[in-house]
Design a protein around this ligand. Structure first.
Ligand SMILES: Nc1ncnc2c1ncn2[C@@H]1O[C@H](COP(=O)(O)OP(=O)(O)OP(=O)(O)O)[C@@H](O)[C@H]1O
Ligand SMILES: [Mg+2]
Length: 323
């Protein structure tokens, strides 16, 4: 079945001064899905999103939203979308309701329509009770809920969320996931960025993994994981000098797909653990190789990220933060 296309991005490149933020991105978003851009800090997620919502002009390439070019028809595009930016846009002194009223005036909603819509949105994001308190008294999670209500005020066909749960506690994150799923159930198309692997895994129907401005992999979380082929056995060795010997003993054995040395042991991709584990234990025993720890897991999105970028997503986030 052909699926209706909400967003078409073709060879999109964006350069700031000398620095290329995103390079030759091409992807589609289908109507009614939750599409994610997953990547570490600086990968180019916000840049991509800001191009789609017409805030940035591509250096080259094109993007269209529901068939309308984001440069030539930016006015039309703006009427179809809602946007929740990564940075908080909440004014400290206005109440939650006043924020929405101000925005309603910017969108030229009639007083009656604005009042009705604002009432519905405050209910949706569970801010009815706090609506008439200054937003400066809100918790991080409440501010984010208000941000989302602001993005929804124009009743968009497509909602863009830039890092919707960044820095929130677990409970608030789960609530926001619930809202996003509810919006999808109502037929809205959602495009979001995240650098949380679990968020991409659990919330997104499809995602593009992006790193240093390029798409590394694209598909549903399940497809991406299956695409890796095989489950993963990670070994931690007591004596690290034995790693090369165990790698060569295991490489080529029928139950092992790939065998890779790591800093502390080995990562082995296997088809079936029932066959692989006895063979691994047998080889380790024969080489007198003490195994300190054995971990077995189904492929996770982090494994997908590692397979396509050569490093762990959590490592890359930490690297940047410590610079
Ligand atoms: N206005 C700007 N001027 C110059 N360089 C910029 C500008 N905005 C972003 N960049 C650079 O472009 C690259 C991509 O940035 P972008 O904000 O799109 O990444 P991101 O994936 O959203 O990161 P984060 O997870 O930190 O939000 C980075 O190297 C960043 O330093
Ligand atoms: Mg960003």
């Amino acid at each position: 079945m052909d699926r209706a296309i909400a967003i078409q991005v073709s060879h999109l490149t964006k350069t700031y001064d000398a620095q290329t933020a995103v390079s030759d991105l091409s992807f589609q978003v289908y109507v009614g899905e939750i599409f994610g851009l997953l990547g570490p800090n600086g990968a180019g997620k916000s840049t991509t999103l800001r191009t789609l919502i017409t805030l940035l002009t591509p250096t080259s390439g094109t993007a269209s939203v529901l068939g309308h070019d984001t440069v030539r028809e930016s006015d039309v595009v703006r009427q179809l979308i809602g946007y929740v930016p990564q940075e908080r846009a909440i004014d400290r002194f206005l109440t939650g309701r006043e924020h929405l009223e101000l925005l309603g005036a910017l969108y030229h909603l009639s007083k009656a329509e604005a009042t009705k819509r604002i009432g519905e949105l405050l209910k949706l994001v569970e801010l009815e009770e706090a609506a008439d308190r200054p937003a400066k008294t809100y918790s991080g999670g409440m501010k984010r809920k208000l941000d989302i209500a602001c993005g929804l005020l124009p009743d968009p066909k497509i909602l863009f969320l830039d890092e919707p749960t960044l820095g929130l506690d677990v409970q608030s994150r789960l609530r926001i996931w619930d809202y996003v799923r509810m919006l999808k159930a109502r037929g809205m198309t959602i495009v979001m960025t995240t650098n949380y692997l679990d968020e991409a895994d659990q919330l997104c129907d499809r995602l593009a993994i992006i790193d240093v401005g390029k798409i590394k992999a694209l598909g549903s979380p399940a497809e991406l994981k299956v695409g890796l082929g095989g489950d993963i056995v990670s070994l931690t060795l007591k004596d690290l000098t034995k790693i090369p010997a165990l790698v060569s003993a295991l490489t080529g054995q029928p139950a092992m797909r790939t065998v890779k040395a790591t800093a502390i042991g080995l990562d082995i991709r296997v088809d079936s653990p029932e066959k692989a584990l006895p063979a691994i234990l047998e080889s380790a025993n024969r080489l007198d190789c003490r195994l300190e720890f054995i971990e077995y897991h189904r492929p996770r999105l982090d494994d997908v990220f590692i397979a396509h970028t050569g490093r762990s997503m959590t490592e890359s986030v930490q690297d940047i933060q410590t610079v």
